[in-house]
Design a protein around this ligand. Structure first.
Ligand code: PNS
Length: 169
């Protein structure tokens, strides 16, 4: 980290329900570019259909990201407002298959429309994580499939506990 200049801060936003190894890969790559990365859970108190609560998700992110240059946080409302409040200059998003592009492009352009000075930086996920998504990981775990290697071990254990609890309800 250089001194004598402003630190480069990025926000890595998402649902992180839960954080996967794909997210961790993007986070590690973004730390090569930025001095500090804020992993920011976007939530909507009125209609949050997530499996894990915001606090559970924050705890998991903190457990699996040990770098002092990573901060876990949560926000509601517009991402660009949060980026501004955080004094960050960029939004980091991961890109996997081509299928991600349309949705990501729309969001990036909307965010640019709202705040032209905030850049969205896309980072390519490693091939190993091209098909990893929180949605699929949850589905596989719910249906009894093995998610080893797709999420950090601590997350895997919490996910199994959560889906078992959900089934028992
Ligand atoms: O992990 P996800 O669910 O693909 O992340 C989507 C996220 C959280 C980045 C997006 O929904 C978002 O930015 N939400 C905050 C609300 C907002 O700013 N919406 C307008 C985005 S163009």
């Amino acid at each position: 980290m250089k001194s004598g200049r402003e630190k480069r801060v990025a926000v890595f936003p998402g649902s992180f329900d839960p954080m996967t190894n794909g997210h961790l890969d993007i986070l590690e790559r973004s730390l090569e570019i930025f001095d500090r990365v804020i992993v920011a859970i976007a939530f909507n108190a009125a209609k949050d259909s997530a499996l894990f609560s915001v606090d559970e998700r924050l705890e998991m992110i903190r457990e699996v990201t040990r770098s002092p240059r990573v901060v876990a946080d949560a926000f509601s409302g517009l991402l660009v407002d949060y980026v501004e409040r955080s004094k960050a200059s960029a939004i980091v998003r991961g890109l996997r298959a081509v299928a991600d592009f349309e949705y990501e492009f729309q969001m990036a352009m909307m965010n640019r429309h709202l705040r032209p000075r905030i850049e969205t930086i896309f980072i390519m996920a490693s091939e190993a994580h091209f098909y990893t998504s929180s949605r699929l990981v949850k589905e596989v775990a719910t249906l009894g499939g093995d998610v080893t290697g797709l999420v950090p071990e601590r997350v895997r254990r919490k996910l199994l506990r959560k889906v078992t609890e959900k089934k028992a309800r």
